[in-house]
Each structure stands twice: as structure tokens, then as C-alpha cells.
Design a protein around this ligand. Sequence first.
Ligand SMILES: Nc1ncnc2c1ncn2[C@@H]1O[C@H](COP(=O)(O)OP(=O)(O)OP(=O)(O)O)[C@@H](O)[C@H]1O
Ligand SMILES: O=c1[nH]c(=O)c2[nH+]cn([C@@H]3O[C@H](COP(=O)(O)O)[C@@H](O)[C@H]3O)c2[nH]1
Ligand SMILES: NC(=O)CC[C@H](N)C(=O)O
Ligand SMILES: [Mg+2]
Length: 519
Amino acid sequence: MSIQTSESVLIVDFGSQVTQLIARRVREAGVYSEIAPFNAAEEAFKRMKPVGVILSGSPASVLDENGPRIPDVILESGLPILGICYGQQALMHQSGGEVLLGDSGEFGRAFIEIQDDCALFDGMWEVGEKHQVWMSHGDKVTRLAPGFRPVASSPGAPFAVIANDEKRIYAMQFHPEVVHTPDGGKLLKNFVRHVCGLAGDWTMAEFRKTKIEEIRAQVGDKRVICGLSGGVDSAVAALLIHEAIGDQLTCVFVDGGILRMGEAEQVVSLFRGHYNIPLVHVDASTLFLKGLEGVTDPEKKRKFIGKTFIDVFEDEAKKIGGAEFLAQGTLYPDVIESVSFTGGPSVTIKSHHNVGGLPERMNMKLVEPLRELFKDEVRELGRELGLPEIFVGRHPFPGPGLAIRIPGEVTRERCDILRKADAIYLEEIRNAGLYDAIWQAFAVLLPVKTVGVMGDGRTYDSVCALRAVTSTDGMTADIYPFDAAFLSRVATRIINEVKGINRVVYDYTSKPPGTIEWE
Ligand SMILES: Nc1ncnc2c1ncn2[C@@H]1O[C@H](COP(=O)(O)OP(=O)(O)OP(=O)(O)O)[C@@H](O)[C@H]1O
Ligand SMILES: O=c1[nH]c(=O)c2[nH+]cn([C@@H]3O[C@H](COP(=O)(O)O)[C@@H](O)[C@H]3O)c2[nH]1
Ligand SMILES: NC(=O)CC[C@H](N)C(=O)O
Ligand SMILES: [Mg+2]
């Protein structure tokens, strides 16, 4: 499903770590874009009819026999193209230039010198100036394809920026999408606004309007069930859908016994208190916990939970006389981590319950209006829709819930232990006024027992790990640097108040290399 707009830009993903940032910068320039993996790019190009194309970086080399290629339809389209890093190398390699393995790579900060005027530099960079950019490449372009001229160079990349004005094709060796290229956002803006000629009038208000029309067109007069979790994504999805189709929508909140302390009551009363949208509260804890018995593999847990959510939604659909559609608050990061494309450089990290965890055969069709957005953009849309701050600012909580925070077997008893520890941790975070400074914080119950001494007696109990991270979109994350006094206060409270835990540790892993959740 995608926005049907003639005002969009296609981003071809060759597997770079930072492709998603290109999409953000383009949206920040007021232009709608979609990302397609290179091997689905031709199909996406034909479907979207974009006004311009951006080619991402890649861990691959164009010199590899199987290195990903730019589809011919794109090269021959006559549309404006911007190649970034691998995108530049592929453009040259495929149109008569030359790329060679560099004798040394360039990684990190670099300075380029502007040699000539270029549409990308309009209103910002002048000939002779030097500007900071961020490089990350081993290969380099050694000869330009016919029709191209160099417009900026660096000591390590003589063709740091190149232009073919007649064909409106531009390319650069560095990454304009990362924050370490301070003017990079402006370069991308110049591409989409000046070169592609787009108006830059795409806003969240516009998104809201387009999505509402799209939902109406998709759903017609049929009924929709929306999985509501209390998280910001599903709340925003529900409001948007309700605005589109009114009382054809019923929300379903599923308690699978893997929620946090008091969460079910809170979500249901908050939502019913604010909205007049029918909400069914299903207690499915026995079904979920029974099915999780003996399951220790993280992907098996995720797949079981994904499937069981759907079973419950389908049951509820029957009870309201049938629903043809299931709505979910799926976001772009859920999608990108769950998919892997054959032959491509991207791998499945984990099956998000609402994407890769879905069963193969489903009776309901999906309505996922937020599928292209990042979390902070969903929050912006939530504010646009008037969603109260108490929903907008909530930390994300994954659908598989505590089940993926209890490595090893999940039991009702272990869920109870974890719930208590997690509640203490979050209470202390709120008391310290830190909740809004943190992207997500939670406790994890480890399947490891250690020896302790309490009241002169020996204990042999579980270890609890605390996690807290900062992030803007969940794609990368940094640990939150609590002070030692805070951590020791939380540790003491958990050990004193939660039976079954006698040791608390703090997780110091950023993402990457870790993920935010432990499974
Ligand atoms: N307990 C639940 N009951 C019903 N639907 C759920 C539940 N948990 C998750 N879902 C569905 O799965 C989707 C994805 O979950 P996810 O956690 O990514 O989003 P969210 O809960 O809406 O927001 P957040 O990421 O802020 O927690 C939700 O948008 C919702 O549609
Ligand atoms: O609804 C969800 N269903 C899932 O299966 C799922 N797995 C991870 N997450 C959330 O996604 C963000 C990134 O998490 P990871 O770094 O652990 O992949 C974090 O915010 C995680 O909490 C999920 N959300
Ligand atoms: N970041 C990139 O796109 C790198 C491209 C290619 N892998 C190189 O090392 O030159
Ligand atoms: Mg959630």
C-alpha cells in the first residue's frame, strides 16, 4: 500500500545502513518519498511514477560480479537522479565511467572543495569554499561517464560531487543524509525542490488528508478491526481510520498476559475516557501463556505471538458480524527489520509480531496507514490529530511484550516477577523526572540464577537486567547514562521488594551492535 501521488521521489535501497535517513531528509524538505529495495525497485518505479530517484549507498562493491545494479528503466527514464556513495559508483560503472578499488578508504569526516557551480549548491555553497562532509567508502570513481563534470573534490575523492546538467543526474561520494554532513539536508532539499521541481508542500496535514482518502478507497463500506495496544502507533492509526470511516471501526485490545503492571486497565480507561470509539477488551492470557509453554527460541515466540494475535482478531471479527479488514499501527522500522530480500544485503534481524510474525494465511486484509513513517513522525501526526500528550509521549512497548524480555521459557510466574521489577524501575524513572528524556526503558528477567546473601542467609535467585536507551526513531540507539546513585537506588528496591530476584545489572549496549529488546 502506498500513497498515490505524482509528487513523490523513489529511493532505491542498495542496503546502506542509513537509507532511512534519506527518506527523512526528503520529508523534511516537504516531499513525499518511498524506499524500495533495489530488487523491487523496477516494480516500485512503475507503480509510484516518481518525479525523481535517489540511489542509496551499499555495503557491496560495484566491482563484485553480483553487486546490485540500477534497473535500466530508471537509468533510461530521463528523470532526475541523485546517486549517493554506492549510488554514484553504480551510476558511473553502468554508464561508461570507471570505478576502482581504492588503495585506502575514506571513513568519517572529510572536507570537500567546491570547484564549480551546481544546482545542488544553489543558495548555499560558492566556488572555492571548503565544507565538511561524511565519507564511508573503500572504492572510488576514477573516470567519469560521458556528460559528467566534477563540481567538488576532496583529497581522497577527486569526484566528490559530479553533475550531468543536461540529464539532471547528480552524484556524490559522501553521505548527505547523515548529521555529520552539516549541509547535507540542504543538498537533498535542493535536489528534490530545484532539480526535481517539487513544491515541497508535503506536510503531516497533507499526509492525514491523503491517508484518509486512501483508507476510504480501500475499505469502502466494509468493517475494520483495529488492534489497539495503548501505544502511540495504534492510537494514531485508530484515530485516522475513525476519521475516515467512523463507526465501521471497532478497536480490539488484547491482554495476552504479557503486558506490564496495570497496563490493561490503564489503556482501556484512558482510551474510553477520551474517545467514543467502540473498544473490545479481550483477556486471552491463558491462550497466550499456554502456547508459550516450553518455547525458548526468540523467533518461535514472536511467530507464535503474531499468529495468536491474528487468531484473537479473527474471533472478535466474527463476534461483531464479520470484518474484512485488520488495521495495525505498523511503522517503517517494524517493516525494515522484519524483511529480508533474497540475494540482497539486508537480513532479517527479528520478526516484528505485526509484520514478519504474521501467519502466512490471513482472512482479513491489512490496513496500515503508518507503514512508511518513523516513530517521531507518528508522534507529530498524533499531535496533528489532537491525541493527548499522555499517549503521544508514551515509551514504545512491543506487541510480544514481556515474552521477549524473558529469555528462555515464559511462565505466568516469571511474568509476575518481571512485572514487579519493571514497575519499580519505571516508577523511579518518573520520580526522577527522566521519563521524557528516555526513548524506552524496561527490565529484563534473565534465565540465570546467581548466589547472594540476604539477612545472613544464602539466596539463589534470578538476575534482572535494566535497559534504557535514547533514540529518535528506534533504528539506532544509545544507552541512557544514569548516574550511579540512581541505578543503585533502583537495584536496591528491586532486590528488596521483588521475591525471585537477587541481582540487578545495567545493560551498556548501544544499537548497533545490540538491538533495543533482548530477543
Ligand atoms: N495488546 C495488543 N492488542 C491489540 N493490538 C496490539 C497489541 N499490541 C500490539 N498490537 C498491534 O500491533 C501493532 C504494532 O505494535 P507496536 O508496539 O509496534 O505499536 P504500538 O503499540 O501501537 O505503539 P508503540 O510502538 O508505541 O508501542 C500495534 O500498532 C497494534 O496494532
Ligand atoms: O510492536 C512491536 N512488535 C515487535 O515484535 C517488536 N520488536 C521490537 N519492537 C520495538 O521496536 C523497536 C526496535 O526494537 P529492536 O531494537 O529490539 O529491534 C523498539 O522500540 C522495540 O520495543 C517491536 N514492536
Ligand atoms: N557507503 C557506501 O555506499 C560504500 C560503497 C562501497 N561499498 C565502497 O566501499 O566504496
Ligand atoms: Mg506497542
